[in-house]
Design a binder for this molecule. Structure first.
Ligand code: UD1
Ligand code: UDP
Length: 388
């Protein structure tokens, strides 16, 4: 099948280009918001927002759309939770009629979650151009479900917007033609820069509420860390050990919450468990933390930007620039290493990072400029052929 890309985009510069964004899980929202805004500002686009419903709790979804100033989604596919196959299949099945009805010129997908790959697949099969925001990242670890999503999405996309040079290198190695790749920088940092002043206003209230002054922040949700009781138990014991030296605040992802409950891991005043925070509260807490212990992808980037030491409980990262240039240290699942690195940070021996190029708040504007320099893509014949 010929990949739907700019090679297949016809020129209709006077017409409005119809873009359909697909979002679904927490890290999608902060990536899509600046792109949506940049396209609105530059003009010449009509935009549709489809939420797959992969994440659905107020604290995993609704709060982000509001805080990020996104409109309510035009469509919510309400797929909910399930195995990878069920969730992916539900998105394929429910998104297809939406695409057929709305005939977008381009579908934009974000990051590496199941919603990303499912939307890319159904679009490409309909002959609709796919743009991937945050393309080219690779952990080279296919045990990680997101790595499969990244590879497949990039193979299907005709437009690949990369956050850093390593993304371009990975895509080149996979044989992706240069003209499909646009190095635009990191859209998450656009959101961070826009909302940091608002987030800073939240800090005094949070500090009072949680009794914080000097603290570290923790997030964990990777299946490789939380799905196995022994692994999660080991991590939790190490967190407790670290909490004797610095209080920890741990907003708990729902996947992790279920596992911790099963494990009966007790919290206490120095290891505080909390509901997941909204974007503004989390950013405020992240900025003031002595360190962040995490397995999140986005948080590795945000801490690098904020200059906050980050200990990543993973053997590898698809964001190597945060280790090479930033404040990130991979500790893997070696708990002695986690404890030692935490102690080093508390003793003042933390990694001083610097900013990766193009993490400057203008990544979404670069995407908008790239798109407005192109033209409307329409595949009516192909779509008719497939659906008839
Ligand atoms: C998903 C993404 C992961 C991303 C993470 C961000 C995939 C394969 N994984 O992982 O890449 O880092 O989101 O947070 O796409 N649940 C709720 N409420 C919700 C959503 C989920 O209770 O609103 C619970 C359900 O029990 C569900 C579990 O969390 O089974 C996991 O949700 P799921 O979306 O399948 O994967 P995440 O672990 O959230
Ligand atoms: N985040 C948040 N509240 C929390 C934890 C994380 O707003 O309680 C934000 C965080 O600032 C970052 C994004 O969620 O912008 C990262 O999402 P997540 O860790 O769920 O997914 P990943 O990046 O690992 O795919």
């Amino acid at each position: 099948m010929r990949a739907a890309g700019f090679d297949a985009i016809r020129s209709f510069s006077t017409q409005t280009m119809n873009i359909l964004h697909v979002i679904g899980a927490r890290p999608n929202f902060m990536k899509a918001a600046p792109v949506y805004k940049a396209l609105r500002e530059i003009g010449g686009f009509s935009q549709t927002l489809v939420h797959t419903g992969q994440h659905y709790d107020e604290r995993m979804s609704g709060i982000f759309l509001r805080e990020l100033g996104m409109p309510s989604p035009d469509v919510n596919l309400q797929v909910g939770s399930g195995s990878h196959a069920r969730q992916t299949a539900a998105i394929l099945e429910r998104l297809e009629p939406v695409l057929i009805e709305r005939t977008p010129d381009l579908v934009l997908v974000y990051g590496d979650v199941n919603s990303t790959v499912a939307a890319a697949l159904v679009s490409a099969k309909l002959g609709i151009s796919v743009g991937h925001v945050e393309a080219g990242l690779r952990s080279f670890d296919r045990a990680m479900p997101e790595e499969i999503n990244r590879i497949l999405t990039d193979a299907l996309a005709g437009l690949l917007f990369t956050p850093s040079e390593d993304g371009n290198e990975n895509l080149a190695r996979e044989g992706v033609p240069k003209e499909k790749i646009h190095l635009v920088g990191n859209v998450m940092i656009d959101t961070l820069l826009q909302l940091l002043p608002l987030a800073e206003d939240r800090y005094p209230g949070l500090a009072r509420r949680f009794g914080l002054s000097d603290y570290a922040l923790v997030t964990l949700h990777r299946p490789s860390n939380v799905d196995d009781d022994r692994t999660l138990g080991n991590i939790f014991r190490t967190l407790r050990e670290i909490s004797r030296e610095i209080p920890l605040l741990f907003p708990v992802h729902p996947r992790t919450g279920q596992r911790l409950e099963r494990l009966g891991a007790p919290a206490d005043a120095r290891l505080r468990l909390a509901e997941p925070f909204g974007y503004l509260d989390f950013l405020a807490l992240e900025q003031r933390a002595r360190m962040v212990i995490t397995d999140s992808g986005g948080i590795q980037e945000e801490t690098t930007f904020l200059g906050v030491p980050c200990l990543t409980v993973r053997e590898n990262t698809e964001r190597p620039v945060t280790v090479r240039l930033g404040t990130n240290v991979l500790v893997g699942q070696d708990m002695a290493c986690l404890a030692a690195e935490a102690r080093a940070i508390l003793a003042g021996r933390s990694k001083k990072g610097r900013l990766p190029p193009l993490w400057d708040g203008h990544a979404a504007a670069r995407i908008a400029r790239a798109l407005s320099g192109k033209s409307q893509a329409t595949f009516p014949h192909r779509m008719a052929a497939i659906t008839s």
